[in-house]
Write a protein that binds this ligand. Structure first.
Ligand code: F6P
Length: 544
């Protein structure tokens, strides 16, 4: 048994879970008219309604006890102090510094990494991002043939893709205005080829975004993009006018052919999946403008301030983390569905998958001991309303409940489709919570004239168990600020969970083995026969 599962706080939660096992959410709402109002919390313009989670006030108290017993407050302070909270890579994880600017645009807190102040460096990179993005957007920074840039292609993968891709899609200006942003992550040539098919080399700028500048997929795509450019211009000089890099590895970028003056740097204390706030957000600044990028940072900073300062019981990221822990560890629900009721948030589930599963998909604790409790849930989802017509059947009537986070940004529109969008989201949360009993089904069908065997055979298929947990995250609008706050909320949720689970949230050793083996297999495909290669590979080689 681990110290966590043996702890009094953990055991108290297990005992409590058994006590409330028979309670149905329908009853909890019936007993407490104010539940919906009471079990909600707002910060940085994000309102979390967690009244449809399967818990009581006592559950919350016990979860907060657990957080206290795991020194969550000290863990939060350690993050803002720039401590080495990424011990297996011997680094801080200080992405909060990247957005640490007050309303006057100046750094709010004097943040430092291991005693070294970082805010001047961050401000300097932001100033460069501003100058460059304004020059490109204003048509002053031109391509090799002096044509203004119209299209920007971010080449990167994982954290060097998902965040900027999500933000650019979510906040895209109306078609026809400004620069168009494109994203290429997959080494499958179809992605780059399809993007390039619609572009002209003379007006295209590539951003090679890679923290390490060693990621094989990104470098292969960057080489292919360079070849495409040179096919058109036939002069290596053109590369400098059409390629910039975002990286912490300036030497590798230079070796690739992107000079240091065309590179935007960041630091090893920024994790890849936490990097969209750094120069990795260059595509955002180019596509949406620097004002929007700064508003995004400001929204995230508002959430950071709340996270740093709010007491645990009123702390939104802490609460979201504890709800997840309750579902995963005590209700034994190993998944987390996320459904944004917003088409432009269609990349949110993918971004969240990396954030949660790459951060907390760990089976050993900080000291290297195997854990005896579940950690990160399997995160999945898609946009509503579409998902209702795809996988919601399973959410409502599948044998295994799947907790859902509904994300609902309001829009200020009041037309029929808007009312339907909002109503659909609220109705799904209600249906999951309430369900429909056999008695209700019987009454409904009887009123429609069904009777006898026909009625009895119909009933079981139309019963909804309900009692299925969900949270609703409501935003007054989808703006750079509210989006920034939403992303920061989930970042901090993941960190808090890692504190409770005593795991390292900021490394990702689990992605290494596949990379090593792929390197060997690729060499096998290219080179002489290798007796150790799988038979399938030999067949591929023969076919090639
Ligand atoms: O392989 C996983 C990973 O290292 C992610 O953590 C990261 O976001 C992604 O690859 C891309 O890495 P880089 O920015 O160094 O190319």
């Amino acid at each position: 048994m681990s110290a966590l599962t043996e702890s009094p706080a953990w055991r108290a939660l297990q005992a409590h879970r058994r006590e409330i096992d028979a309670l149905h959410l329908r009853e909890l709402f019936a007993q407490d008219a104010g539940r919906g109002q009471r079990l909600s919390l707002e910060a940085a313009d994000i309102r979390l309604d967690y009244s449809r989670q399967r818990l009581t006030d006592r559950s919350l108290d016990l979860l907060l006890d657990l957080a206290r017993s795991r020194q969550v407050e000290a863990g939060i302070a350690a993050m803002f102090a720039g401590d080495t909270i990424n011990p297996t890579e011997n680094r801080a994880a200080l992405h909060v510094a990247l957005r640490n600017f007050g309303a006057d645009g100046r750094p709010e807190w004097p943040l430092a990494v291991q005693g070294r102040p970082v805010m001047d460096d961050i401000a300097a990179v932001l100033a460069r991002l501003q100058a460059f993005s304004e020059a490109v957007r204003g048509g002053r920074w031109r391509g090799y043939s002096e044509r203004p840039i119209r299209d920007v292609v971010n080449i990167g993968i994982g954290g060097s893709d998902l965040g900027p891709r999500l933000v650019c899609e979510a906040l895209a200006p109306p078609a026809g205005s400004g620069l168009r942003a494109h994203f290429v992550a997959n080494v499958d040539p179809d992605e780059l080829d399809r993007v390039l098919a619609g572009l002209k080399p003379a007006s295209t700028l590539f951003i090679v975004t890679s923290k390490t500048f060693t990621t094989a997929e990104t470098l292969a795509n960057a080489r292919a993009a360079r070849a495409w450019l040179l096919e058109s211009f036939g002069d290596e000089q053109a590369v400098a006018r059409h390629f910039v890099a975002v990286t912490t590895n300036l030497d590798a970028a230079a070796t690739f052919g992107i000079p240091t003056e065309s590179c935007f740097g960041f630091w090893d204390w920024v994790g890849g999946r936490y990097s969209l706030w750094s120069a990795v957000g260059l595509s955002i600044a180019l596509a949406l403008g620097m004002d929007a990028f700064r508003e995004l940072l400001a929204g995230a900073h508002a959430m950071d301030r709340h996270f740093r300062d709010a007491p645990l019981a009123q702390n939104l990221p802490v609460l979201l983390a504890l709800l997840g822990i309750w579902n995963v560890n005590f209700l034994s629900l190993p998944t987390q569905v996320v459904v944004p009721y917003s088409q432009v948030l269609r990349h949110f589930p993918g971004w969240l998958q990396q954030l949660e599963m790459e951060s907390n998909g760990k089976a050993v604790d900080r000291d290297g001991n195997p854990v005896d409790y579940a950690t990160a849930p399997v995160v999945w989802g898609d946009v509503g309303t579409n998902a209702q017509h795809a996988f919601f059947q399973l959410l409502h009537q599948g044998p295994q409940p799947q907790p859902v986070d509904f994300i609902l940004p309001l829009s200020g529109r009041h037309d029929e489709r808007e009312r339907q969008r909002v109503a659909n989201c609220l109705a799904q949360a209600e249906a999951l919570m309430r369900g429909k009993t056999a008695g209700e089904v019987r009454a409904e069908l009887t009123a429609r004239g069904l009777a006898g065997v026909e009625l009895e055979t119909a009933i079981p298929h139309r019963v909804f168990p309900g009692n299925r947990p969900s949270s609703l995250l409501l935003m007054p609008e989808l703006s750079p600020a509210t989006l920034g706050a939403l992303l920061a909320l989930y970042e901090h949720k993941v960190y808090v969970q890692s504190l409770v689970w005593n795991i390292c949230a900021f490394d990702q050793w689990g992605v290494e083995l596949g990379k090593q083996l792929a390197g060997r297999m690729q060499a096998g495909l290219d080179g002489p026969a290798d007796a150790d290669l799988p038979a399938l590979l030999e067949r591929l080689r023969a076919a090639g």
